[in-house]
Write a protein that binds this ligand. Structure first.
Ligand code: KG4
Ligand code: ZN
Length: 351
């Protein structure tokens, strides 16, 4: 069966939409980033995020349809992000998704944002085959999962405290770099000297696949404080050296645990997804490891590592094709564990 799905993503600070066709693949995607608005506050302001999604969603859907040469009546199903994310922001996408589904008399599903991230590599030409190992690294999650099929996510390890993206964001803040922290720390690190500071690789000296990034954050803070002058300023070089040491430590930690998970599971495919997956140093290190270990590593293109509508349209399409469709209640899940998901179709008729 051929199905044209509209995907809507509004879980955080990007308003994003996409049209995915089950036969032709991704037809079009549009994104509006609220970053400039939130940057003034040094982080996402939930109320402003929700209001901005309201402002942008309809114009973006219009542009999307125009770009793809389709009209609303061509849409066979709707997928929106149900969670996890900011409640008010999620409600905007959920309400729009439900309203469109009602108006067009088509089925609608609420997608798990992290399932969207995890399946984003499927939008690329070179795609993994189930089963595989997944490293999910975003602003809210850091986890390794054994993925035996869509909806089957067995968590092998996860962060006990901060997510790695969150750590990048906090380090950026303490170094006085712009929000969002990942790209600014990475940029700053380019000027840093390798090896001036050596930061810990947390939890790598004991067995297991869990992560912890709050100690690394404190170590970074303590190092920065120790090098401030009387006006509590760092020299430009020291700031770059600290950014470099942090990025080296964070990416090494992800590398060490991914290698360990590959050894434990015996899988020969590693899928990397989520915002931190856009980090060039991490991509380089994991590609190098893949060569050494004779495995394949799959990343989404960098713009599909961070939030986007295409991944929601894709994940939703799998579920809609399997017959999933929900009732008319607008129910979002700001907190929602990916391990609670079921195979597409198993949640048929769920409200
Ligand atoms: O997946 P995402 O867009 O949203 C969530 O679902 O959380 O991930 C956002 C996170 C932020 O913490 C951001 O700082 C981080 O991904 N990030 C990066 C890079 N680009 C985004 N971290 C490191 N290097 C990057 N290039
Ligand atoms: Zn995300």
């Amino acid at each position: 069966m051929q199905m044209l799905v509209l995907g809507i993503e509004t879980s955080c600070d990007e308003t994003a939409v996409a049209l995915y066709d089950s036969v032709q693949g991704l037809l079009a995607d549009r994104l509006y980033s609220q970053i400039a608005m939130h940057a003034e506050y040094g982080g996402v302001v939930p109320e402003l995020a929700a209001r901005d999604h309201i402002r942008k969603l309809v114009p973006l859907i219009r542009e999307l349809l125009e770009e793809s040469g389709h009209s609303l009546k061509d849409i066979d199903g709707i997928a929106y992000t149900r969670g996890p994310g900011l409640a008010g922001a999620l409600l905007v996408g959920a309400s729009m998704g439900q309203a469109l589904a009602l108006g067009l008399a088509v089925p609608v599903v609420g997608v798990h944002h992290m399932e969207g991230h995890l399946l984003a590599p499927m939008l690329e030409e070179s795609r993994p085959q189930f089963p595989f190992l997944a490293l999910l690294v975003s602003g809210g999650h850091t986890l390794l999962a054994d993925v035996t099929g869509p909806g089957e996510y067995n968590i092998l390890g996860e962060s006990l405290d901060d997510a790695v993206g969150e750590a990048f964001d906090k380090i950026a803040k303490l170094l006085g770099l712009a929000y969002p922290g990942g790209p600014s720390v990475a940029k700053e690190a380019e000027q840093g000297q390798v090896g001036r500071f050596k930061f810990p690789r947390p939890m790598t000296d004991r067995p297991g696949l869990d992560f912890s990034f709050s100690g690394l954050k404190t170590f970074t803070l303590t190092t920065a404080r120790a090098h401030e002058d009387d006006d509590q300023q760092l020299t430009e070089q020291t700031r770059a050296d600290i950014a470099r040491a942090f990025q080296d430590a964070a990416t090494d930690t992800l590398l060490i645990k991914s290698r360990r998970a590959i050894e434990l599971t015996g899988y020969d495919q590693l899928v990397v997804a989520g915002g931190v997956g856009a980090n060039q140093l991490l991509r380089h290190k994991l590609n190098e490891m893949a060569e050494q270990e004779n495995i394949s590593v799959y990343f989404p293109r960098p713009e599909f590592c961070t939030d986007n509508g295409a991944m929601i349209a894709y994940a939703g399409c799998l579920r809609l094709l399997a017959g999933e469709s929900e009732g008319m209640a607008v129910a979002v899940r700001p907190r929602w564990k990916i391990s609670e998901l079921k195979k597409p179709g198993e949640a048929k008729g769920r409200k």
